[in-house]
Design a protein around this ligand. Structure first.
Ligand code: LLP
Length: 381
């Protein structure tokens, strides 16, 4: 059961996200401690959650910023991240976003195609700047995760394929406003099978050999993010196993002298610290199914509807005997369902429901569909 002060929660109009900043801090300190053992650089992936109090914690705990839009770069910089700690990825960076990133003099553009290199070179040249880049390589490693959040297979739109690299290197010789400083990988998200990362290390080592054979010393290797969290038993693993995760990269990645290793973690840093709190509006008893209809829906948390993902659901106010419910939202879509046949204490109108492990890719993916109000956030310090 969630360790939140019920009386405090009951003071806020629902639905809202509640963030446990103490747990967030403990999580970041654990990650920091393990990454520091090997001098690894960790950029926080803002796409997971870009709320100011969350960004403050990230910055105060020494994380850089991994951004995928101009607005994310702006949010990072406005929240005090040094531009030298900002990396910028994405398959479709607009000219405006690239220009803004160039003006901010960010650490590195993670470039995803040969065409992008051409455009970046042109825009950097116009400003009389040299853009530092890492080539995002598609390593063709299966992440064993949901297909919508798999990014490292050749069929995915991300990165430069191995067979294109020869051409890209030749192209880079002609682009004088670009400096190649690293290679970048990101194979997917919510990865719980750590052997996937071992496979990634093997591929990265092969790519390193290839670059060395072409007389290119890479200043840094960026292995992306993707470490998963336990959605089924949040309280059993509120803090992910950063020791095993970073230790694995230290063991299997062949790091050259002087070379930096960078990471881009999102979910693992913030998911367990956030919970969506909602009130039960109605109970509808069917022949085979009972529905608990909440005042939160897919507009507040789209993950179950979009990825069929599981989030643990708890009734915070009832202790009655357990009954099964389909827990659904108010939106006019059948996919607006948080869980089917969920066992909950007998539930009534007005009960408070917690949807756990929602700190990452929850509030940021909220929408205004059905002209819903923007979901609020509450912070526990
Ligand atoms: N780096 C790059 C280039 C990425 O594309 C991502 C996530 C990350 C880092 C951070 O990955 P993480 O450590 O959070 O797994 N909305 C989906 C997840 C999409 C992830 C997109 N890229 C979900 O709710 O599961």
């Amino acid at each position: 059961m969630l360790n939140l002060n019920l009386e405090e929660l009951q003071q806020h109009p629902t639905p809202f996200y509640v963030y446990d900043l103490n747990l967030l801090r403990q999580t970041l300190q654990a990650a920091r401690q393990e990454a520091d053992k090997y001098d690894f650089h960790v950029h926080y992936a803002l796409k997971a959650n870009a709320n100011t109090p969350v960004l403050d914690e990230m910055r105060q705990n020494g994380f850089g910023a991994d951004c995928v839009s101009g607005n994310e770069i702006r949010a990072a910089i406005e929240n005090g991240f040094a531009s030298k700690e900002v990396v910028f990825a994405g398959v479709g960076k607009s000219d405006e976003e690239i220009n803004y990133a160039l003006e901010q003099d960010i650490f590195c553009f993670n470039c995803e195609s040969s065409h992008e290199l051409e455009v970046l070179n042109e825009l950097a040249a116009k400003k009389g700047k040299v853009a530092r880049i890492a080539l995002r390589i598609n390593p063709n490693v299966n992440a064993n995760t949901h297909k919508y959040i798999t990014t490292g297979l050749e069929e995915n739109k991300f990165g430069i394929n191995a067979w294109e690299l020869e051409h890209v290197l030749a192209q880079l010789q002609t682009l004088s406003s670009i400096e190649l400083i690293g290679i970048h990988f990101h194979i997917g998200s919510q990865i719980t099978d750590l052997s996937v990362f071992k496979n990634l290390c093997t591929r990265v080592n092969e790519f390193q050999e290839w670059f060395l054979a072409h007389n290119i010393q890479l200043q840094h290797i960026n292995v992306g993010g993707g470490l998963g969290v336990d959605y089924y038993h949040p309280e059993q693993q509120l803090i992910p196993d950063f020791e095993a995760y970073f230790g694995l990269f230290n063991q299997f990645l062949e790091i050259r002298p002087g070379q930096e290793v960078h990471f881009e973690l999102g979910r693992a840093l913030v998911a367990q610290s956030g919970t969506l709190i909602s009130k039960v509006l109605y109970i509808k008893n069917g022949q085979n199914t009972n529905f608990a209809i909440l005042d939160a829906g897919m507009t507040e948390l789209i993950r179950p509807a979009l990825y069929q993902s599981y989030h643990k659901i708890e009734n915070l106010t009832s202790t009655a005997a357990e009954v099964r419910y389909d827990v659904v939202g108010p939106i006019c879509e059948s996919s607006d369902c948080f869980g089917k046949a969920v066992l909950l204490p007998e539930t009534n109108r007005g009960d408070l429901i917690a949807i756990r492990t929602a700190g990452a890719y929850g509030e940021v993916m909220a929408s205004g569909y059905n002209l819903r109000n923007r979901v609020k956030a509450v912070y526990l310090h």
